[in-house]
Design a protein around this ligand. Structure first.
Ligand SMILES: Nc1ncnc2c1ncn2[C@@H]1O[C@H](COP(=O)(O)OP(=O)(O)OP(=O)(O)O)[C@@H](O)[C@H]1O
Ligand SMILES: [Mg+2]
Length: 231
């Protein structure tokens, strides 16, 4: 579902990604870890075509993103759910309207919008907060709105760059467990994180990056704290 072939990306002559090869299969759930500056966000941005590789190819569902024309980019993004560390909610819109926004922008009729938004809010267990504004919600609740918004189009791929970076440990684990449940329904999920506890609790695939390269890629992996041995 996600494939990178010999992908390099340089900024002003400095390589942020070096010859990265990676495959994440349909319905797979994986963590992307590594120290600050390792290239996690750069990799994520290539996947939603915020950036293009300096060399190599990036595929989503078999589509080569290098070959997309500008009008095709919104079509790609419709097939991706993107979840942000800072939620990026519309502050003057309710939870419901934040989730409905993209559907309305696509001209979907209100009856269908209601059905899909209610279903997405149900998945994240926020039906009772649908009329709340973002500043009336906790961080975890705001991120659950962000997840509902990401899944409302039924995308085959969810990308989350440090989705729990602003949340406390217990809420962070709940958010990642929610993403794992969504993945079980057949969605491919890639989550970048610095959170060792979450990675080591979940025991799922762990792709670790270092200085722009994939350093290790392990099923049911651990995220080792530097200088410490995990048992
Ligand atoms: N827009 C940009 N312009 C120039 N250099 C950039 C840009 N974006 C990233 N870089 C550089 O690319 C490298 C990888 O950055 P990236 O943001 O992908 O790391 P990261 O693994 O996401 O780090 P963090 O854990 O801190 O979020 C870094 O050296 C960074 O300075
Ligand atoms: Mg980053």
């Amino acid at each position: 579902m996600i494939r990178l072939q010999n992908v390099s990306k340089s900024y002003a002559g400095r390589l942020a990604l070096k010859d990265v090869n990676l495959h994440v299969a349909l319905g797979e759930f994986a963590f992307l870890v590594g120290p600050s500056g390792a290239g996690k966000s750069t990799l994520m941005r290539l996947l939603y075509r915020e950036e293009v590789p300096t060399s190599g190819n990036v595929f989503i569902g078999g589509v080569n993103l290098n070959k997309l024309s500008s009008p095709q980019i919104p079509l790609l993004r419709r097939r991706l759910g993107i979840i942000f560390q800072d939620y990026k909610l519309l502050t003057r819109q309710t939870a419901y309207d934040n989730v409905a926004y993209i559907l309305r922008a696509h001209g979907i009729d209100e009856k269908e919008v209601r059905k899909r938004v209610n279903s997405a809010l149900n998945v994240v267990n926020l039906e009772d907060k649908q009329d709340a504004f973002p500043d009336e919600l906790s961080g975890g609740e705001q991120q659950r709105v962000g997840i509902a918004r990401a899944i409302v189009n039924g995308p085959p791929v969810l990308l989350a760059d440090e989705p729990t970076g602003n949340l406390d440990p217990a809420t962070s684990l709940e958010i990642v467990q929610l993403l794992a449940r969504i993945s079980q329904r057949g969605t491919t999920v890639l989550i970048s994180t610095h959170d060792h506890t979450i990675v080591n609790t979940m025991r799922r695939r762990v792709i670790s990056m270092r200085a722009g390269e994939v350093a290790t890629d392990i099923d049911s992996g651990f995220y080792e704290v530097q200088g410490q041995i995990q048992v």
